[in-house]
Design a protein around this ligand. Structure first.
Ligand code: G6P
Ligand code: MG
Length: 214
């Protein structure tokens, strides 16, 4: 029986995944590296430094650890700039209602985002108090597809991994949820997320009645 729902943030609750893409593309292009939406799929769900390394791999760019750090910081400045101009209304339709209904059914609500900016985004959307537990990129050492972030979220929520249902838009995130022994709803194209137990186009399409499917 599902006792907790754990949400990824970027691309599941709000389209900040697009802002990550814009900022990484800007950085890649500055380095003379071509960067497409397809390339971006590999960056979804993984940490900032791992994303930086993937861009370097794509363009066969060599950088010192210091340069790497500086460029990743630059990307983050652009990302934060996009996010700070975001309106609370940009939260995906139906997400607030879904969280409310899940809570009414006694389901615990967790957040598991690899982003170090997760709390800022939640504050901008005015939903920081809607979660029973929040785990972000500042609290884990291993990035998705490692299950660490989801296992920590389950621990904080006081539930067993098999009692958790994860909502994820990233392939790495789906893999992490499965590795944690959790059930997973993929948000996005089924071709990309076919390892998930169920795939929906949008988070708001999930209905509480679907909990019995897992
Ligand atoms: C999320 C996003 C990734 C992003 C990562 C780190 O998981 O899906 O695209 O790179 O968080 O985000 P940060 O805000 O810490 O750079
Ligand atoms: Mg995501």
């Amino acid at each position: 029986m599902i006792k907790a729902c754990i949400f990824d943030l970027d691309g599941v609750i709000v389209d900040t995944a697009h802002y990550h893409f814009l900022a990484w593309k800007r950085l890649a292009n500055e380095l003379g590296v071509e960067f497409t939406k397809d390339d971006n799929e590999r960056l979804k769900g993984v940490s900032r430094m791992r994303s930086m390394e993937i861009i370097m791999e794509l363009g066969d760019v060599k950088l010192s650890p210091h340069e790497k750090e500086q460029l990743a910081n630059k990307k983050n400045t652009w990302f934060v700039d996009y996010v700070e101009r975001m309106a609370p209304e940009e939260i995906f339709p139906g997400v607030k209602g879904l969280i409310r209904e899940l809570k009414n059914r006694g389901i615990k609500i967790g957040l598991a985002s690899s982003s170090k900016n997760a709390k800022t985004v939640l504050q901008i959307l005015h939903i920081q108090n809607d979660f029973d537990a929040i785990v972000d990129g500042t609290m884990v050492t291993h990035s998705k597809p490692d299950p660490e972030i989801f296992l920590l979220a389950a621990k904080k929520l006081g539930v067993e991994p098999f009692e958790c249902l994860v909502f994820e838009d990233a392939e790495a995130g789906v893999e992490a949820a499965i590795a944690a022994g959790m059930k997973c709803v993929g948000i996005g194209p089924v071709t990309q997320l076919n390892k998930a137990d169920k795939v929906l186009d949008k988070t708001g399409e999930f209905e509480v009645e679907m909990l019995t499917e897992f």
